[in-house]
Design a protein around this ligand. Structure first.
Ligand SMILES: Nc1ncnc2c1ncn2[C@@H]1O[C@H](COP(=O)(O)OP(=O)(O)O)[C@@H](O)[C@H]1O
Ligand SMILES: [Mg+2]
Length: 220
């Protein structure tokens, strides 16, 4: 049994009776625990669709996804999105009116995690992503690379087992993008998180342990 098993995953977007798009047409692959895997494919190949499903943002799929042998549909969606997966996106999605620290702590707002534990975790993450001196800053005062580091810390605050990254370097220059990839690599080791990164860029995918290629909604 593999850590994550994706079996015959299909997703069709139905716009009307006549118009529909088959974004995923039967994707199957396995992911091992602790892997840093990339899924590469051109624009429109279904990468974001796949990641949204893995991230618990879209449950309208056919097929099956198991993590540690458990069908993800058995999880309560909010629990799944907080404790099993953490997701980062090309556009960062930080809340403009909240500071770096508040953005990182945002996922914690909704449950009663012990304050001491949260503080420790926050300090550790701020240090790891190199933003200790930026904790009071607002998103508009950050560079793109810094903003993505905030998003990474936010994704990790609840100690998820799996980190999903949708084109995380897509809005960054190549040097900054490289530093974000290196940070993800480091976290893959130190946090022992499994990482699934999707990208249209082959060069980016080469930096990961293993590459899955997606063409027109199918892995080849
Ligand atoms: N919410 C949606 N509604 C309808 N079609 C969509 C939606 N999201 C994606 N698609 C379509 O599904 C296909 C795959 O899209 P996507 O998963 O975003 O690909 P990628 O991330 O690889 O660029 C594309 O043809 C896209 O237009
Ligand atoms: Mg996409």
């Amino acid at each position: 049994m593999s850590y994550i098993e994706i079996k015959d995953l299909k997703r069709k977007y139905v716009m009307s009776k006549e118009v529909s798009v088959e974004a995923l047409g039967g994707v199957s692959f396995n992911i091992e625990k602790g892997e840093f895997l990339s899924v590469v494919g051109s624009s429109g190949s279904g990468k974001s669709t796949l990641l949204n499903i893995l991230g618990g943002l879209d449950w309208e799929y056919k097929g099956k996804i198991c993590i540690d042998g458990k069908d993800i549909k058995e999880y309560e969606p909010n629990f799944y999105r907080r404790h099993i997966v953490g997701t980062i996106f090309q556009q960062f999605y930080l809340i403009p009116s909240l500071s770096v620290e508040e953005n990182i702590l945002l996922p914690m707002k909704f449950v009663g995690t012990k304050v001491v534990d949260v503080k420790q975790r926050l300090e550790y993450l701020l240090d790891t992503v190199g933003l200790k001196s930026r904790r009071e800053h607002l998103p508009k005062e950050l560079s793109g690379g810094e903003a993505q580091r905030v998003a990474i810390a936010r994704a990790l605050i609840d100690c998820p087992k799996i980190v999903l990254a949708d084109e995380p370097t897509g809005n960054l220059d190549s040097k900054t993008g490289e530093s974000i990839l290196n940070l993800l690599k480091e976290l893959n080791k130190t946090e022992e998180v499994t990482i699934v990164l999707v990208t249209h860029d082959r060069e980016t995918s080469k930096k990961t342990d293993r590459v899955i290629t997606l063409v027109d909604g199918k892995n080849v």
